[in-house]
Ligand binder design. Structure first.
Ligand SMILES: Cc1cc2nc3c(=O)[nH]c(=O)nc-3n(C[C@H](O)[C@H](O)[C@H](O)COP(=O)(O)OP(=O)(O)OC[C@H]3O[C@@H](n4cnc5c(N)ncnc54)[C@H](O)[C@@H]3O)c2cc1C
Ligand code: SF4
Ligand code: SF4
Ligand code: SF4
Length: 678
């Protein structure tokens, strides 16, 4: 009957495999079927009961897939005849944790490795969860009772103590594990055992799990030393009582009524929470769930990855590199032979599973339309030249400025400048995804030297930086912009190849926002080494047409997680499209910026330049009405896939013409979508 009760319980609550693993019958495809094999917990490495059974050390699995969770030896010493077997078994388990301090000593002695001491898995579930599968036994007393739950021979020794307290408190006595004296209760299943413990007035036990469930259900208990013929097995109880500071529950022959019945568990929830966190951290690491990368080192985020590079910058093993995919976008890749599954990359990733986006929510303190009074600076900038002024303000404080600039090959990457002149290279939008490379590490270097830093970039890059830093710095100012999306560096290169082969000379300078023909004309210009020049409006230039038709944006930009009100920059900049309607007096067609001051720090920075700009407050809703990219992502078009498929083979102008439709249609589409000036 007892067997039937256990079978019923496992049928209802345990998902079992259709096969068992024996030494001479290990399923052939076992390795392919599972990512990981876990051994544990209660007495799984007890040399007396298990005798070093091969499956307990997972010897059938590759080393990298072997995990021991809170494995228990149950004893403090390994008999000499098992030492070699145990040392070899332990040596091949990639992630080891044990349940008892004595177990950690054994692992250290046999392998030289330190390992975590974690709670028994039964403690990972809450009392409520356990009670949801508990069942009241038909033979349970109607009134109050003391529960005796013993495996060893201590019952007789404690019988007098138990009876003495039972009589004093008018309690029934339930002897759950006494087949002879209480046969009806002996046949109880695990679900009935849970209910017996949860409802007991007091539990007397020599069982580790008798104590565990008493703690979980907040029942007073007294634990006796187990008296067996075999080796002493009290190590697991010692660890349990000391972990929960409950040593007073051990029977010492002198327990008075007050001590037996008035157990104080008020400190237990906090300890339990901390221990559960440690257990989950171990499992996450062991199962590689804490890493951005899968077993082959490929980024698990797929299209969600924004390519910010924060994971690469934060990896303590320096085993993450940013590599180009077929479309020319950078994605992180880890060398898993060096990765230690510490989970830092996932914790740092601004779009990783553990990121709580609520923390980025912002509502601007003020929104302004601004034009720099420095006309030269405004000419070199995309809209009102506000960024350049902010850069000069931070530099005047002895700080450094980070931004995106073209290098000699016209590739776009992040760099820093400590002079106003140097920061000019960052002015003007580069419609290409920029590489952050060493920038995040350099930022922290300057901050640690107490130098003010202005970091400017896309919202996802500033989020990556903030995640990487992990805390606020008073002297860090972040500036981002309303971001339509970033085009592929490979598409930019193919476009430059096309322009260079057309002109017969290499390109040495590029501007996407040449204002010589007016701000709203939106002209792309290229200067070539031989002195020749190319200029074309956005409706005719093949690159800008591909960009504005959303053919070459990074996949993550089509489902951007950093649209307003999310973001974490102190100031957000944008082109004030629609200024001619909202504030016509501010429009001179030389560029007007929208400035969202998002934080007090941003306000202080803006105060430093307020005398160098012409500005007007604007209603936020009106300001972004002409700027759909503020709140919504560009739709991914079916033509995008074909565009990239043909990028390597077709000339760029033909590709653009093929997939962007006529320039007149493009102009009309944008006019009605309100995107950029029509
Ligand atoms: C890819 C991209 C998409 C944009 N989409 C929009 C949009 O949809 N709507 C809108 O209103 N504004 C958009 N902007 C911003 C806009 O073009 C101006 O940058 C903004 O109006 C600020 O202008 P400014 O004159 O004050 O400063 P600018 O001198 O134009 O500011 C340049 C700043 O942008 C940074 N920057 C330039 N290129 C990059 C890059 N590739 N990656 C990271 N940072 C870069 C520089 O570091 C510098 O801080 C976009 C900018 C970029 C780079
Ligand atoms: S070592 Fe840590 S941070 Fe680096 S890849 Fe592995 S899990 Fe990520
Ligand atoms: S940190 Fe940035 S680059 Fe790394 S996985 Fe996350 S989004 Fe991608
Ligand atoms: S659209 Fe979003 S994901 Fe794409 S670059 Fe801009 S902020 Fe990053």
């Amino acid at each position: 009957m007892r067997f039937d009760a256990f079978k019923r319980f496992t049928d209802d609550n345990v998902i079992e495999t259709s096969f068992a693993v024996y030494r001479d019958s290990v399923p052939v495809a076992l390795d392919d079927m599972y990512d990981c094999f876990i051994t544990g917990s209660d007495q799984v490495w007890n040399p007396v009961f298990r005798r070093g059974f091969f499956a307990d050390f997972l010897t059938f699995a590759p080393d990298a897939k072997r995990v021991a969770y809170a494995a228990s030896f149950g004893v403090s010493d390994i008999p000499r005849e098992y030492v070699e077997l145990y040392a070899d078994g332990l040596k091949h388990i990639k992630h080891i944790s044990v349940r008892e301090d004595a177990g950690a000593d054994i692992v250290r002695a046999l392998t030289g490795r330190d390992c975590a001491v974690l709670i028994d898995p039964t403690l990972m579930l809450s009392a409520e969860k356990w009670l949801s599968i508990a069942k009241c036994s038909k033979t349970k007393p109607k009134g109050r009772y003391a529960l005796l739950y013993f495996f060893g021979e201590a019952v007789q020794e404690c019988e007098n103590t138990v009876l003495q307290f039972a009589i004093k408190r008018w309690l029934d006595v339930v002897r759950m594990s006494d087949r002879r004296r209480d046969a009806a209760r002996y046949t109880a299943g695990p679900d009935e055992f849970l209910d017996y413990v949860a409802s007991a007035e007091v539990v007397f036990t020599d069982s580790f799990h008798g104590a565990v469930f008493s703690i979980l259900f907040g029942r007073p208990f007294v634990i006796f030393d187990r008296k067996d013929k075999g080796p002493v097995m009290n190590a697991r109880v010692d660890s349990l009582l000391s972990a929960f500071a409950l040593e007073s529950r051990r029977f010492d022959g002198m327990m008075d009524e007050e001590r037996v019945f008035c157990a104080n568990y008020s400190h237990v929830p906090a300890i339990l929470e901390e221990k559960r966190r440690a257990a989950f951290d171990f499992l996450k690491k062991a199962l590689n769930a804490g890493a951005v990368f899968d077993a082959l080192g490929v980024c698990r985020l797929g299209d969600k990855c924004v390519g910010c590079g924060a994971c690469a910058a934060s990896c303590p093993q320096r085993c993450v590199s940013m590599e180009c995919d077929d479309e020319g976008f950078l994605y992180p890749r880890a060398d898993m032979s060096v990765c230690v599954r510490c989970g830092t990359c996932l914790k740092t990733c601004p779009v990783g599973a553990s990121r709580d986006f609520e923390q980025y929510d912002r509502s601007p303190i003020s929104v302004l339309a601004c034009k720099s009074m420095d006309e030269e600076l405004r000419r070199a900038s995309s809209s009102g030249g506000v960024f350049g002024l902010l850069a000069e303000a931070v530099i005047s404080l002895g700080g450094v400025v980070f931004g995106a600039r073209f290098d000699e090959s016209l590739c776009v990457n992040h760099a820093f400048a400590a002079t106003a002149e140097g920061s000019r290279a960052f002015c003007g939008s580069k419609y290409v995804q920029s590489r952050t490379d060493a920038a995040y590490c350099e930022v922290i270097g300057f901050l640690n030297c107490h130098r003010p830093v202005l970091f400017s970039g896309t919202p996802c890059q500033t989020a990556g930086l903030k995640s990487f830093l992990g805390r606020e710095y008073d002297w860090l100012f972040c500036v981002d912009f309303i971001c339509h999306g970033v085009p592929s560096p490979k598409a930019w290169r193919r476009y430059l190849d096309f322009q260079e082969s057309k002109s017969g000379s290499s390109a040495v300078y590029a501007s996407f926002r040449d204002k010589r023909h007016g701000w709203k004309a939106y002209v792309t210009s290229i200067i070539f080494k031989d002195g020749s020049e190319y200029s074309e409006t956005r409706d005719k230039d093949p690159y800008m047409r591909a960009f504005l038709s959303d053919l070459c944006l990074r996949p993550s930009c089509h489902a951007c997680m950093f649209k307003m009100p999310r973001g974490n920059a102190d100031i957000t900049l944008a082109d004030f499209w629609g200024v001619q309607d909202v504030l016509p007096e501010m429009d001179d067609d030389r560029g007007t910026s929208l400035v969202f001051v998002n934080s007090v720090k941003g306000g202080a920075l803006f105060d430093m330049i307020k005398d160098r700009v012409a500005s007007e407050c604007v209603d936020a809703a009106k300001a972004i009405a002409h700027n759909p990219a503020a709140v919504s992502s560009a739709t991914m078009k079916p033509e995008r896939e074909m565009f990239f498929r043909e990028l390597d083979s077709a000339p760029f102008d033909e590709l653009s013409a093929k997939y962007c439709g006529s320039s007149r249609m493009a102009r009309l589409r944008r006019k009605f979508a309100g995107l950029f000036p029509a």
